[in-house]
Write a protein that binds this ligand. Structure first.
Ligand SMILES: Nc1ncnc2c1ncn2[C@@H]1O[C@H](COP(=O)(O)OP(=O)(O)OP(=O)(O)O)[C@@H](O)[C@H]1O
Ligand SMILES: [Mg+2]
Length: 246
């Protein structure tokens, strides 16, 4: 491993402790009001948002370390229901932008409830019969990270709608994420998977991005023996379809 990469990963690694202290502190204020004093409605909301965002940073730190682990080829397989990682990825995505939807997603008790909550946001989730509850044996963290990055892009570039399809094919879990945005010209179909590449680095879409998401998705997929197909053209939206063997 390169020396610089170890240094960088060590630095990210060491963010975990102060973040855990912040998380524990805010949680105490929220949960032990008898000990630390009663909170007003406004204070409660501020602290809840601070906690939520601390958790977002913690997840990001884990993701960075996960990517590092991934370039060492480490795969951590466990059994988990498809519903679990899809819900987790959706919560992570909406938690960044739309707290109300996050709360509603968390309250959903079944696939139908989730589908109607998402449809109100122009997100259409289609899962082949029986797959939602099925336990799959995959690297959960990597799979979630892949889905989250594809969803993040699709939400950023869509005009109105986003279609997620989850199905099974050739003993693989297949996830298709399709948006109705500007699309990607075929000349860029390879370039967009390179580190730090953005089609139009000056546009407002790119302000919050680094051009690293798709490069990361490819590294993770490679580790899991998966594959990705991109179907897109100018004015036709983009469809990213990943296939991960069980
Ligand atoms: N769904 C999409 N529609 C149109 N263009 C896309 C889409 N997904 C990715 N791209 C193009 O590919 C580029 C690279 O995507 P990638 O996810 O790697 O980076 P990013 O989203 O710009 O930043 P980051 O993911 O690091 O936050 C984007 O900047 C964009 O130009
Ligand atoms: Mg991205």
């Amino acid at each position: 491993m390169q020396k610089n990469r170890i240094k960088l990963e060590f630095l990210v690694h060491d963010l975990k402790v102060p973040l855990a202290v912040i998380e524990a502190g805010i949680s105490s204020l929220l949960q032990k009001q008898d000990k630390y004093g009663e909170l007003s409605e406004k204070q409660l909301r501020v602290l809840q948002r601070a906690l939520r965002n601390t958790i977002v940073i913690q997840r990001l730190v884990n993701d960075v370390l996960e990517l590092g682990r991934s370039s060492e080829g480490v795969v951590n397989k466990t059994s988990f229901p498809v519903a679990e990682f899809v819900e987790a990825a959706l919560v992570e995505i909406f938690d960044l932008t739309d707290h109300d939807t996050t709360e509603r997603i968390r309250e959903c008790r079944d696939l139908q409830a989730l589908q109607s909550t998402l449809a109100q946001k122009g997100v259409y989730l289609d899962v082949i019969h029986g797959l939602w509850e099925k336990e799959v044996c995959l690297d959960e963290s990597k799979t979630r990270q892949i889905l989250r990055n594809l969803l993040n892009n699709a939400l950023k570039y869509r005009k109105e709608r986003l279609d997620i399809k989850i199905y099974e094919e050739d003993r693989c879990l297949c996830i298709s994420v399709k948006d109705d945005g500007e699309g990607i010209p075929s000349t860029f179909h390879q370039k967009i998977f390179e580190c730090y590449f953005q089609m139009d680095a000056r546009s407002s879409h790119c302000v919050r991005g680094h051009g690293l998401g798709l490069a990361g998705v490819l590294v993770l997929l490679e580790d899991m023996g998966g594959s990705l197909v991109l179907d897109s053209d100018v004015g036709k939206g983009a469809r990213f379809c990943v296939k991960i063997p069980f």
